[in-house]
Design a protein around this ligand. Structure first.
Ligand code: NAD
Length: 487
């Protein structure tokens, strides 16, 4: 324990950066606050351009050896990281819940096992990554994936370690070295990941973690000429700034951004299933990029759907996310709560009606809200709220449903409830979305392409798509008689 260690529910967390295999403190700190009750967790190193440069330098220095490490050895170390995560699921879960307010039971049973799986999946995928050779007029084409270099990974607070490791694991598997910048509202589990990776034998400098405000440290990372890849998950305005900052070096970007995804409920749907899917949209207090926040319901079943939705939503327990029976926890920060409430109050002033909710509960919690009587071009239908706020509109034809579904600047996901397979196929083909779920929600396989269209993102990650992004993909063409002529 040092003066730079804080303790969360008995778990020691180092509050400094992790650079080149060493803990490094900044002169300044920022205060980390728990969304559960607004209490201060502790002071965290507040990175500057200095630490950003040091982290990129460490990643650059470690790159040649890590890139030259065999696929088998890289995979072995990634599995060792997964083992370390599995050993510390309980600790990671309580720290994450304290830091970002998401449900402890979800962290224990779903999220942290998934974090371990991120490492196992990309370790295994690396071992089978190949493209069949092919011939061109007798010449052989051979495709290979070369490690690209130091990669900057910038992540948000709504699922901190899950989203960080969904980038860290493939970047490391690809043979890249990493500088991870977690969100300033949830910095803690990234620090624990650094400990776990070091214990697992990941060489110094291969994974670096810098803490701090994106507005202060971001540019120094994203404009750095030694950075070969930037993968960002977060909001559209930040993505724009990162794209501008990366433009000087034409650094390739992967951007996973916001959404305003629809849930389309057709009259032929199993309404109980549709309501189950609808109520799920309050998960993580609505702070889910993929959330289907716009219900589009066929007119003939809208009343019945709403009745059952209200009934089901009333059974959700809101409160302390550490309690086993809680369904909806707090929102991340009082500032976020203000933002959510401002959206809702503007919508109500513009004529929307709150079927349920429509107000905050206190400084940390927002009442689960469903708004109707909302115009398609209104702010509440067009902009991402990122809180437990849903809207309901009706449609009378399939054509109208598709038109409304596609009529925002986003295109992250769409969910359909229908009993008609042909309709599902027809509608899906017309939807602008990176992921479409039919009669289900949030089923995510790591080998599937993941990303958004329009303002929901640029590029796809997942399975081979991740390696395509993190690597320099090379095609080698060998002449049939090359060895005789030049050997
Ligand atoms: P944000 O854009 O405010 O911050 C995200 C990260 O960017 C943080 O680490 C922040 O410090 C950093 N950052 C801020 N300014 C920066 C700059 N100038 N340069 C570099 N980095 C900078 O987003 P947020 O509020 O943390 O997250 C919520 C958003 O993330 C929502 O829009 C949500 O939809 C989106 N999101 C998308 C996905 C997805 O996979 N598509 C997943 C989760 C969240």
């Amino acid at each position: 324990m040092t003066e730079h260690t804080l303790t969360v529910a008995g778990v020691a967390v180092d509050t400094r950066h992790w650079i080149g295999g060493r803990r490094v403190a900044s002169a300044e700190t920022f205060t980390d606050v728990s969304p559960i009750d607004g209490s201060v967790i502790g002071e965290i190193s507040r990175g500057t351009a200095l630490e950003a440069a040091a982290a990129v330098a460490a990643a650059k220095a470690a790159f040649p050896a890590w890139a030259a490490t065999s696929r088998a050895e890289r995979a072995r170390i990634l599995h060792a990281v997964a083992d370390g995560v599995e050993k510390r699921i309980e600790e990671l879960s309580i720290v994450e819940t304290t830091d970002n307010g998401a449900l402890l039971r979800s962290h224990r049973r779903g999220v942290m096992p998934r974090v371990a799986h991120n490492f196992r999946f990309f370790a295994d995928w690396l071992l089978k990554l190949e493209h069949e050779d092919f011939e061109t007029r007798g010449h052989t084409n051979h495709v290979s994936w070369d490690p690209a270099g130091p990669s900057v990974l910038i992540t948000p607070w709504n699922a901190p370690l899950m989203l960080a490791t969904w980038k860290v694991a493939p970047a490391l598997a690809a043979g890249n070295t990493v500088v991870l910048k977690p969100a300033e509202w949830s910095p803690l589990t990234a620090s624990l990941l650094a400990d776990i990776a070091a214990e697992a034998g990941l060489p110094a400098g291969v994974l670096n973690v810098v803490q701090g405000y994106g507005s202060e440290i971001g540019d120094a990372l994203t404009s750095h000429p030694d950075v070969r890849r930037i993968s960002f998950t977060g909001s559209v305005p930040t993505a724009r700034r990162i794209a501008e900052s990366a433009a000087g070096n034409l650094t390739p970007l992967s951007l996973e951004l916001g959404g305003k995804s629809p849930l389309l409920v057709f009259a032929d749907a199993d309404l109980d299933l549709a309501v189950d899917l609808a109520v799920e949209q309050y998960d993580n207090a609505g702070q889910v990029c993929l959330a289907a926040t716009r219900f589009l319901v066929e007119e003939s079943v809208a009343e019945e759907f709403t009745r059952r939705f209200v009934e089901k939503a009333a059974t959700l327990a809101q409160g302390d996310p550490r309690h086993e029976t809680t369904d909806i926890g707090p929102n991340i920060h009082p500032r976020q709560l203000e933002k959510i409430d401002a959206f809702v109050q503007r919508a109500l002033a513009a004529g929307a009606r709150a079927v349920i909710g429509g107000h905050r509960k206190d400084t940390q919690y927002y009442a689960p809200t469903l708004l109707t009587d909302v115009a398609q071009d209104s702010e509440i239908v067009q902009e991402e709220v990122f809180g437990p706020v849903l809207t309901l509109q009706t449609f009378s034809t399939e054509e109208e449903a598709v038109r409304l579904a596609n009529d925002t600047r986003f295109g992250l996901a769409a969910t359909l409830a229908t009993a008609d397979a042909e309709r599902a196929e027809r509608v899906t083909a017309q939807l602008v979305a990176g992921t479409v779920w039919v009669n289900c929600f949030f089923v995510r396989d790591l080998q599937a392409p993941f990303g958004g269209s329009r303002h929901s993102g640029v590029g796809r990650e997942g399975g081979t798509w991740s390696f395509d992004f993190y690597c320099d993909v090379k095609n080698t063409v060998t002449a049939p008689n090359g060895w005789k002529n030049h050997g």
